[in-house]
Design a protein around this ligand. Structure first.
Ligand SMILES: Nc1nc2c(ncn2[C@@H]2O[C@H](COP(=O)(O)OP(=O)(O)OP(=O)(O)O)[C@@H](O)[C@H]2O)c(=O)[nH]1
Length: 354
C-alpha cells in the first residue's frame, strides 16, 4: 500500500527462504491472492534450469502481481549471483515509472539468505529499499522425519569423495543458515503431523538457531498477508548477528559454492498413464535419494498440463492450467539431489518409467 511506502520512505522487501519444497511458492501464491490492495513485484530464484515456480505463479492470475511484475532469476543461486544478477534486477525494478508497493523475493531452496540480505546495504539499494523481514518456511513433516538431522553415513561418504568437505551435512548446515536468517519462521505442512510431531518440530527448529524468532504453524502456507508483510524489521542492519556457517568458517572471504548439490532436466514424451508414472517416480526418488523433482507433463487427451511436485518421498500432482494456444505440449522435469547423485542412472530410470 502506498501508505506503507510513505511510512518508511523506502520500498519494503520481504525475503522468503526455506529448504527445497518447504512451501515457499505455495505461501507466495496465498500472499498474492490476499495482498490487500498492494502492488507486489516478485523476484523468484530457482536452483536448476527449469523455472517452475515462476510459471506456477504466473498461472495463479492474482491481480496484485501481473506477469510483468514477476521476475525470474535462473542464472544460479541468488546468493552467488548477487552482484551480477540481483543488484541489476533491483536497479531496473527501481527505475520503473510505476514502482511496486512491496517486493517479495523467493530464494532458491538451496540459497544462503545472508549474502542476499547484505546486498540491501549496497548504496544504491539501501537508500530506496529496506528488508521488511526474512521469512523462513519449514517443511515440518521433513523435520519430523529427520531429513535435516545429520546423516553421518552420508556425510562420511561425501568426505571420502571430497577431502575439501570441511563441514557437517550440507543439508543440515543450509537448514540452520536459513533459520538463522529468519525474522519469522513458518512451520508449514502441519496437516501432515499430529500434535506430538509438531511439538517435536518446534523443539528441533528452536535448537537449530541461537536467535529466537516467532514461529507460526501453517498448512499450505496459509498465513495472512497482513502478518507476513509489514514486519518492519530492516534486517539489512542486523546481518552481523545472523552469520552463516560458511561466513563463520571462512571469515577470510573464501567463495561459497553449491558444489554439494546438483540438478538436471529430463525431457520426456507424453505421459499416457500419470498414476503409473508417478508410482515409478516414487521408487526412483527413494532409490537415489532425490531431494526435489518438479515439472510439467503432457498427458494425451487432457487440455490441461499436469504439474508434478516431488519433495522427498511425497509427490503431489494436479492439472494447473490449460495448455495455451500455440504452446508446445511437452514433459519436462527438473531433478535436484546431492552431488553424488548418479545422474545417468536417475535419467535412465525416469525415461524407462514413461
Ligand atoms: N501436505 C502439504 N503439502 C504442502 C503444503 N505446502 C506446500 N505443499 C506442497 O509441497 C510441494 C512443494 O511446495 P512449493 O510451494 O512448490 O515449495 P517451494 O518451497 O517453493 O519449493 P522449491 O522452490 O522447489 O524449493 C507442493 O506439492 C505443494 O503443494 C502443506 O502445508 N501441506
Amino acid at each position: 500500500m502506498t501508505t506503507e511506502k510513505a511510512a518508511h520512505g523506502k520500498i519494503p522487501a520481504t525475503v522468503i527462504t526455506g529448504f527445497l519444497g518447504a512451501g515457499k511458492t505455495t505461501m507466495i501464491r496465498n500472499i498474492l491472492q490476499n495482498a490487500g490492495g498492494r502492488r507486489i513485484a516478485l523476484i523468484i530464484n530457482e536452483f536448476g534450469d527449469l523455472g517452475v515456480d515462476g510459471d506456477v505463479l504466473k498461472g495463479c492470475g492474482a491481480e496484485a502481481c501481473s506477469e510483468d511484475d514477476i521476475i525470474e532469476l535462473t542464472n544460479g543461486c541468488i546468493c552467488c549471483t548477487v552482484a551480477d544478477d540481483f543488484i541489476p534486477t533491483m536497479t531496473k525494478l527501481l527505475e520503473r515509472e510505476n514502482r511496486p508497493d512491496h517486493i517479495v523475493i523467493e530464494t532458491s531452496g538451496l540459497a544462503l539468505p545472508q549474502p542476499l540480505i547484505a546486498a540491501f546495504n549496497w548504496p544504491d539499494i539501501r537508500t530506496q529499499v529496506t528488508v521488511d523481514g526474512v521469512i523462513t518456511v519449514v517443511d515440518s513433516a521433513a523435520v519430523a522425519a529427520g531429513r535435516f538431522a545429520d546423516d553421518h553415513d552420508k556425510v562420511d561418504a561425501l568426505r571420502v569423495e571430497d577431502d575439501n568437505l570441511d563441514h557437517e551435512s550440507p543439508i543440515e548446515e543450509l537448514f540452520e543458515d536459513q533459520l538463522t536468517a529468519a525474522d519469522l519462521i513458518i512451520l508449514n505442512k502441519t496437516d501432515l503431523l499430529d500434535s506430538t510431531g509438531l511439538a517435536f518440530v518446534r523443539r528441533e527448529v528452536s535448537s537449530r538457531t541461537s536467535r529466537k524468532p516467532t514461529m507460526i504453524e501453517a498448512k499450505n502456507g496459509e498465513v495472512s498477508a497482513a502478518v507476513l508483510l509489514g514486519l518492519g524489521v530492516g534486517t539489512e542492519s542486523d546481518i552481523a548477528n545472523r552469520k552463516s556457517h560458511h561466513e563463520m568458517e571462512h571469515e577470510a572471504g573464501e567463495e561459497h559454492s553449491h558444489d554439494e548439490f546438483d540438478s538436471f532436466v529430463v525431457e520426456l514424451g507424453p505421459i499416457a498413464d500419470p498414476a503409473g508414472f508417478i508410482e515409478k517416480l516414487k521408487v526412483i526418488i527413494a532409490a537415489h535419494d532425490v531431494l526435489r523433482l518438479k515439472g510439467f507433463a503432457d498427458v494425451p487427451g487432457k487440455p490441461m498440463r499436469l504439474l508434478i511436485q516431488g519433495v522427498g518421498a511425497r509427490i503431489d500432482q494436479y492439472f494447473d492450467r490449460a495448455w495455451a494456444a500455440g504452446e508446445v505440449r511437452r514433459t519436462r522435469l527438473v531433478v535436484i539431489g546431492l552431488h553424488d547423485m548418479d545422474e545417468a542412472a536417475v535419467r535412465a530410470a525416469i525415461v524407462a518409467a514413461v
